[in-house]
Design a protein around this ligand. Structure first.
Ligand code: FMN
Length: 277
């Protein structure tokens, strides 16, 4: 259901601003196994791009989409590693000092930066490895102008000024890719035979991947500003309908201006929201 674009925007900051998150700090070798180990062994990517529309034929006689049939090089095995806690600087950067960003320093975000965020995000788990999230990176003025009419008034200015705005979307027909992504089982019929399960799986796991994206961006030192205050139907019609994808939420990415941060909101205590049974 489209977001209510008339929902009130969030209040502007009034108080002193908390300290900015610590800069990226290289952690111990044990603390950063994914990037340290995964990056060198990543195969030459043979991946669908936004320039390659995903076929959206009827479920019953859906041929495998072009991208689903693309050969995927076998990734080199990543050595198993024992997990250990990240150091405090890393935990601060990801969580404790990290703030939702509403203003930007003007520092650029390159295409390579976006690829770096994606290449961390993609390792986050999804059910049946379905990976239903899709990402549109809106950076040019013309693309921003296409996005503008869908934005709530409170989200307009910060989005227009952000170096990049991401449309976090999902592919309702993610199951076309399961023969490639989950090859050890014939999982596609689980979803083609059950449209409700397919929709639930696409939205749940697409949202998870959106969250992984936020944390991957923070891990690489970027500030993020997620937003649901926009008209999903307008975004879908303007950007996604040709591929059959659906918008979930938006994320501004850049280097945050801490002067624009809002006062930190409280969080629940453990005992208010958690049960250990
Ligand atoms: C899914 C999602 C949607 C959000 N939508 C909006 C929005 O439309 N506009 C806005 O100004 N902030 C939006 N926010 C920002 C939240 O209000 C903010 O992340 C929350 O208050 C926590 O702030 P903090 O990270 O600085 O502690 C959204 C956050 C999330 C995760």
């Amino acid at each position: 259901m489209p977001s209510d674009v008339s929902k009130p925007s969030e209040p502007k900051p009034e108080d002193a601003k908390p300290a900015e998150a610590a800069p990226v700090v290289a952690t111990t070798t044990e603390a950063a196994p994914a990037t340290a180990e995964a990056t060198p062994v990543e195969p030459t990517p043979v991946e669908p791009t936004l320039a390659q529309p995903v076929a959206t034929p009827p479920v019953a006689e859906a041929p495998a989409p072009v991208a689903a049939a693309m050969p995927e090089p076998e990734p080199a095995p990543i050595p198993p590693r024992q997990g250990s806690p990240l150091n405090d600087a890393a935990l601060d950067q990801l969580f404790r000092s990290a703030r939702t960003q509403y203003g930007w320093t003007g520092a650029a975000v390159s295409d390579d930066d976006l690829r770096g965020i994606f290449d961390l995000m993609k390792w986050g788990p999804t059910s049946a490895n379905s990976s239903p999230a899709r990402f549109l990176f809106i950076r040019t003025q013309s693309a921003k102008d296409r996005l503008r009419p869908a934005l709530s008034s409170g989200n307009l200015q910060k989005t227009m000024l952000a170096p990049v705005t991401v449309i976090v979307a999902y592919d309702p027909k993610f199951y076309d890719y399961l023969p490639r992504l989950f090859p050890h089982t014939d999982a596609k019929p689980w979803f083609t035979s059950n449209p409700e399960l397919a929709q639930e799986t696409a939205f749940r796991n697409g949202t998870l991947q959106g969250a992984y994206f936020l944390m991957a961006a923070r891990a690489l030192g970027f500030g993020v500003g997620p937003m649901s205050g926009f008209d999903n139907a307008k975004v879908d019609a303007e950007f996604l309908s040709d591929r059959g994808w659906k918008s979930n939420f938006l994320v501004n990415i850049g280097h945050g201006d801490q002067n624009e941060e809002k006062p930190r909101g409280p969080r629940f205590w453990f005992d208010e929201t958690c049960l250990i049974l």
